[in-house]
Ligand binder design. Structure first.
Ligand code: OAD
Length: 249
């Protein structure tokens, strides 16, 4: 790991001097836990690209197919455990005044690692909502069942239920946007394991940089963000984050 020594020292110094730290995570942080990323190997399900099924149009057309995909993902994730990278962030989050996590992941592994102050930018696999947004139903409700029916129903109106995740083309809830925007007022902003391709989440990195945060990226592959962050680190999250372990907020 000595090859990371300069990056490690720079980031450690920045973190030590920082009063507020914000981390943005994407699918790559869960890769070592066995959760397939969206755009990497394993991003295909029965020859469908994940991003083609994660749309309201796909659900309108074939809700059974989309639910089958989500049941498969729920089942897969239910056997996954947080990895060393999730654990480091969970430890940092125990100092909630100085730490905020924004995740695009819907797998719930940050929560399973007992991470506090999590902004779930794209919702969660473990909640459902009413497809027609009937007035009786809350915004979403928890359902961790491993044997959902092929077409789960809204318990409030009897209509179709859907996974409470944000699909392509759908807006991010205003309170989530607000919490994420507040988290951008930080001294250090680290983006971890995201391809930085999907907006508005990817825009948070640019915005944090514009607002004056020192920005770092942890990703074994280059992304559009690698070009403008202050410190691109070509490493996997589960290897690099534990190296920062000596650092304590
Ligand atoms: P992607 O699948 O687009 O990108 C995963 C990123 O993780 C890639 O840049 C990989 O290089 C990187 N990666 C892989 N293994 C890693 C490791 N061990 N450590 C660190 N990084 C690693 O996933 P996201 O960027 O999260 O949206 O995708 C963004 C959004 O698009 C998702 O939230 C989802 C998706 O379609 C919705 O569902 C709305």
């Amino acid at each position: 790991m000595s090859s990371f020594a300069p990056e490690l020292q720079t980031l450690q110094e920045r973190l030590q001097a920082a009063k507020r730290i914000t981390v943005l995570t994407g699918a790559g942080i869960s890769a070592a836990s066995g959760v397939p990323t969206f755009r990497g190997d394993g991003g295909l399900w029965r020859n469908h690209r994940s991003q083609d099924l994660a749309t309201p149009q796909a659900f309108e057309r074939d809700p059974k197919l989309v639910w089958e995909f989500y049941q498969w993902r729920r089942n897969k994730v239910s056997h996954c455990r947080p990895n060393a990278a999730h654990e480091v962030l969970a430890e940092w989050s125990r100092h909630p005044d100085g730490f905020q996590l924004i995740t695009q992941n819907v797998d719930g592994l940050h929560e399973l690692a007992d991470t506090r102050n999590v902004v779930r930018f794209h919702g969660t696999l473990w909640e459902l909502s009413c497809w027609r947004r009937c007035p009786e139903s809350p915004q979403s409700w928890e359902d961790r069942s491993d044997s959902l029916p092929p077409l789960p129903q809204c318990p409030f109106c009897g209509g179709l239920a859907r996974p409470a995740v944000v699909w392509f083309g759908e807006p991010i809830a205003p309170h989530v946007l607000q919490n994420a925007a507040a988290a951008l007022h930080c001294d250090v902003f680290i983006t971890i394991g995201t391809s930085a391709l999907v907006y508005p989440a990817a825009g948070l990195i640019e915005q944090a940089a514009r607002e004056g945060a020192y920005t770092a990226e942890i990703n074994p592959e280059a992304t559009p963000a690698s070009r403008f962050v202050d410190l691109p680190i070509a490493a996997s999250a589960e290897k690099f984050l534990p190296l920062l372990e000596k650092f304590r907020i």
